[in-house]
Ligand binder design. Structure first.
Ligand code: ATP
Ligand code: MG
Length: 577
């Protein structure tokens, strides 16, 4: 058993007990609800209710600038700033439910826009600042953007050429302009300066739309996923049981708000619990990251496998080279976390990295390794109390639940938890197809063991059918990663006339290792020995890097398309290395 270091009493001490007594109504009681029974609003729960308490002067958001100087905004100030932004939307006559987009780096104005928009009951949609003009156009037009908050640089470079094609985009607010340019292109500072810091949050139905998120585009064209204010119950519950927030925690979520993690857990959830949330404007850099953990005394760190893999490649001894005594939890999401990485965390930090699973569609964490629970390295953990998740076969649009442990199937989630998405934007049929009766079909395959832990197999789209076997690429990649020369691996199925598909691996070698026939044979032999000849890759190609989405997910469909000489499809989220 691997146990976490600290003396803090976790909110979830006994999983079975919490699960048995859990109810969403009880969670709702831990939130305030809008005064005078006016409903449930994410921003009110995240900010305004705290601004009336001792938390008023507590730091809510700490922004670390590129030069490492930082700016703090406390709960009292955040209330004022977000109320001002809500008043700006009022002045611009934006209607409830209309969409306010942000397109900027991780700067304070983005966070004020997000929370002010939620207060106003318009819908917030973040875009990742490194998108080029076409992906931005696609999302703004599909998302019917009314307002866009961006920087002058991004506006000049990427938005201006699109304006003619975006007739419903009424206002562009520039975060760094000191003067308004026109009735359409305005200054954020100027609008804010003229706005009152008092705002009365309007009636907010828990079912009112709150957030629009585009998926990562790992399996195809990104989908626009709609969430409602009620999702705040999941945010709150996961902040309590998974992130285990306590009053004095200092928390750092490394995800950009352009992805759902960066909004649900980089903006909303820490604020719901009144903790200090750290935001770094800069991109990944190992030394910078370790020294941020040290300097800002981070206690809870939520990151992704792609970053962890990069850290693992380096010969740094974090706990010897940095003071990381405050760090008590490390969590990961977005992709499978290999058992090696969990164990690496244990060795390097004295705590295992806690994997958790969810999707844009689920709005919040659904399966997790909880701080007080025994971690089985390589497993995603157990379902969030209040959420029912099972493994099923799908035959003719009917579910047949798999009762035998360790048998793989489709991971399905029972409807009825608050943050399940309410639609794919303009794609009703696609949305309806995700449901079979009371169940949402996640599109991921997994298995459940006899102790109730879930193990990720792969995305249904990525599964390789070879000589009558179903092979999940993750399983092969995980095994390959155990070879001492391999830094990264991605596996696809390549059509083959005899065996259906053959398993092909793209491999990045660790620096300094030569990609010759000898190492290829060695890896082949290693893989065969561990996986057997049916599952081990039949082809290995050495590559410099593996194509990934900007949120760090391996783009297997792109590797496959390139391998087969087919069109690359939507590559708007491809990370340019
Ligand atoms: P698209 O739906 O556009 O193809 P995407 O599914 O990658 O993109 P997200 O919603 O950002 O978009 O990612 C959710 C998916 O990421 C999950 O369905 C799953 O496949 C993968 N994932 C997330 N966390 C984990 C995890 N802990 N282990 C394994 N896979 C994970
Ligand atoms: Mg998906």
């Amino acid at each position: 058993m691997i146990s976490a270091k600290n003396n803090i009493e976790h909110h979830l001490l006994n999983y079975e007990k919490v699960q048995a007594s859990f109810s969403w109504d009880e969670i709702a009681k831990e939130l305030n609800g809008l005064p005078d029974g006016k409903g449930l609003n994410i921003a009110y729960e995240a900010i305004d209710r705290h601004a009336q308490t001792h938390l008023k002067d507590t730091v809510a958001l700490r922004f670390i600038r590129k030069d490492r100087s930082f700016q703090d905004i406390n709960y009292g100030e955040l209330k004022k700033q977000t109320s001002k932004f809500a008043n700006v939307l009022q002045k611009l006559d934006v209607k409830k439910g209309e969409r306010v987009f942000s397109f900027a780096g991780r700067i304070p104005e983005l966070y004020i826009t997000a929370l002010g928009t939620l207060k106003y009951t318009a819908v917030f949609c973040p875009l990742f600042s490194v998108f080029g003009p076409e992906p931005v156009f696609q999302r703004l037009s599909r998302g019917d953007a009314t307002v866009l908050v961006t920087t002058s640089l991004l506006f000049d470079k990427k938005i201006k050429p699109l304006l003619e094609r975006l007739p419903s985009l009424r206002f562009i607010i520039l975060t760094d302009a000191t003067e308004h340019f026109s009735e359409q292109v305005m200054s954020f500072a100027k609008l804010m300066e003229q706005a009152s810091e008092e705002f009365n949050i309007p009636q907010t139905n828990p079912e009112d739309a709150a957030l629009l998120h585009f998926t990562s585009g790992t399996t195809g064209m990104p989908k626009g996923v709609l969430h409602v204010h009620q999702a705040v119950l999941t945010h709150y519950a996961t902040g309590k049981y998974v992130l285990d927030f306590h009053d004095d925690d200092r928390y750092w979520c490394t995800a950009d708000p352009g992805w759902v993690t960066g909004t649900s857990y980089g903006i909303i959830t820490p604020l719901l619990h009144g903790v200090m949330s750290i935001i770094d404007e800069e991109e990944f850099d190992a030394t910078r990251w370790y020294s941020i953990l040290e300097e800002h005394k981070i206690s809870i760190w939520y990151t992704a496998p792609t970053a962890i893999r990069r850290l693992m490649r380096l010969d740094i001894k974090p706990c010897e080279e940095y003071h990381l005594e405050a760090l008590r939890l490390i969590l990961s999401v977005g992709e499978p976390l290999h058992a090696e990485a969990v164990i690496w965390g244990q060795e390097k930090f004295g705590i295992p990295i806690l994997d958790n699973w969810w999707q844009t569609e689920t709005g919040g964490i659904m399966i997790a390794n909880y701080p007080s629970m025994t971690v089985k390295p390589g497993s995603m953990g157990k379902p969030l109390p209040g959420v029912t998740i099972d493994i099923a076969e799908i035959n003719d649009k009917e579910l047949k639940f798999i009762t035998e442990p360790n048998n793989q199937g489709n991971m399905v989630l029972k409807k009825g938890f608050p943050s399940l998405f309410r639609g794919y934007l303009h794609e009703e049929e696609r949305y309806n197809k995700c449901f079979i009766g009371e169940w949402y079909v996640s599109g991921d395959l997994a298995k459940k063991d006899a102790d109730g832990y879930f193990w990720f197999i792969g995305r249904a789209d990525d599964i390789i059918k070879t000589s009558g076997h179903m092979v999940g690429p993750f399983e092969v990649e995980s095994t390959l990663m155990r070879h001492p020369a391999i830094a990264e691996a991605a596996v696809i199925g390549k059509p083959d006339p005899i065996i259906g598909e053959l398993v092909k691996a793209f491999v990045v070698l660790k620096s300094g290792i030569k990609s010759d026939e000898e190492i290829q044979m060695d890896i082949m032999g290693f893989a065969r020995k561990l996986m057997g000849p049916a599952v081990a890759p039949k082809e290995i190609e050495f590559v410099e890097n593996i194509p990934k989405t900007r949120s760090g997910k391996i783009l297997r469909r792109l590797l496959k398309a390139r391998e087969l000489g087919l069109p690359e499809g939507d590559i708007s989220t491809l990370e340019q290395s």
